[in-house]
Design a protein around this ligand. Structure first.
Ligand code: TRP
Length: 346
């Protein structure tokens, strides 16, 4: 198989209320990848509008996600941070991919089924085509690795299917234009760590979500220290002490979730947390968890507030990132145009 240069790409939707699930499942992982890879992190505002967004909120949320990236430790000078809509090639390649992907493939996407609900006739066409745009995000940069939460696994599989079908359908043209045996890489998802799925603090079988009616179900990245501690103190648990072995977490969703959160915040494993706290009561564990969460999250919230006080600075970071992203995207799109047989262009 053709070797592609390792490159990381990932995206976060600016749809409001970033929470601990977004942080542990995505942003904290983005930060880690910076040491080993060239990374591109994108605020996917075009994905956000697949469901209605108030324009003022969309702009505010785009800056908030950007601030969260930077506050968490992403370096926009060494890597690339930008918002999707500033690089028009995302829309351009998504169209080509709409013509590669099959209706049947997209109809099977669980995220579409969940988001569209019963009223499918009334879902936007964009919501249906969402995974083509996501494949375009990734493949425009020939990204080889994508850190995501486990809910995005299916979309990553679809991205590989699109890359494969494009490589096959256009094989002759790809070779004729000097791109060898494959134009696009087969991208790998990176889904690891103890908290790829952070659950609600009120109900351990439901994902932590920005749309949950109870604010106590989640820790928002903008919560201050008191709020973080209060929410963890009130988090639902069962009456048993913490188990002494991993197997003891079975059927105890809330305990599993809190231990997973502790492990992820401490940068360790659930096994190690159980080795330390096995047999303790929740009344002893929760204050330790709260201290750790405050220690890790409160500085991020503070830095986000500081950054958000100067939106022009954030906008300048996004513009600079978009310019650097565009240079790569334009190069890929030039190749796509040749391969597909579009006349002229850049
Ligand atoms: N679909 C992702 C989510 O909802 C966001 C996203 C869009 C993304 N484009 C991407 C993630 C590309 C990884 C790579 O979380």
């Amino acid at each position: 198989m053709k070797a592609f240069k390792p490159r990381v790409f990932s995206g976060v939707q600016p749809t409001g209320n970033l929470h601990l699930g977004n942080y542990l499942g995505a942003i904290a992982r983005f930060v880690e990848m910076q040491n080993s890879h060239d990374c591109i992190y994108c605020v996917v505002d075009m994905h956000a509008i697949t469901v209605w967004q108030d324009p003022k909120e969309l702009a505010r949320n785009t800056r908030e996600v950007t601030a969260a990236f930077i506050a968490a430790g992403i370096d926009p000078g060494k890597h690339i941070v930008f918002n999707q809509s500033q690089v028009h090639e995302h829309a351009e390649l998504a169209w080509v991919f709409n013509c590669v992907a099959r209706m049947g493939w997209l109809s099977r996407m669980t995220q579409f089924k969940e988001k569209a609900g019963k009223d499918r006739e009334n879902a936007s066409v964009g919501l249906f085509a969402y995974p083509s745009l996501m494949a375009a995000d990734i493949l425009l940069y020939l990204a080889t690795h994508v850190p995501v939460g486990d809910d995005q696994k299916q979309h990553l599989e679809l991205t590989r299917d699109i890359a494969q079908k494009f490589n096959n359908d256009f094989a002759e043209s790809i070779a004729a234009h000097g791109y060898g045996e494959a134009f696009f890489p087969e991208t790998e998802p990176l889904i690891q760590g103890p908290a790829t799925r952070v659950m609600s603090l009120r109900e351990g079988t439901k994902k932590m979500s920005k749309s949950d009616a109870s604010d106590y179900s989640r820790i928002n990245l903008t919560d201050d220290a008191d709020m973080i501690a209060l929410k963890l103190r009130k988090a639902k648990t069962d009456p048993e002490p913490l188990p002494s072995e991993i197997a003891g977490l079975k059927g105890r969703a809330e305990a599993d979730n809190l231990i997973g959160i502790y492990a992820a915040l401490a940068g360790t494993t659930k096994e190690a947390v159980i080795a330390e706290f096995g047999g303790s009561q929740f009344s002893a564990f929760k204050p330790k968890l709260a201290d750790l969460a405050v220690e890790r999250l409160a500085p991020i919230a503070g830095e986000m507030r500081r950054l958000l006080a100067d939106p022009a600075h954030i906008d300048a970071i996004l513009k600079d990132g978009a310019e650097r992203a565009s240079a790569i995207a334009a190069e890929t799109m030039k190749g796509v145009r040749e391969v597909v047989g579009f006349v002229g262009g850049r």
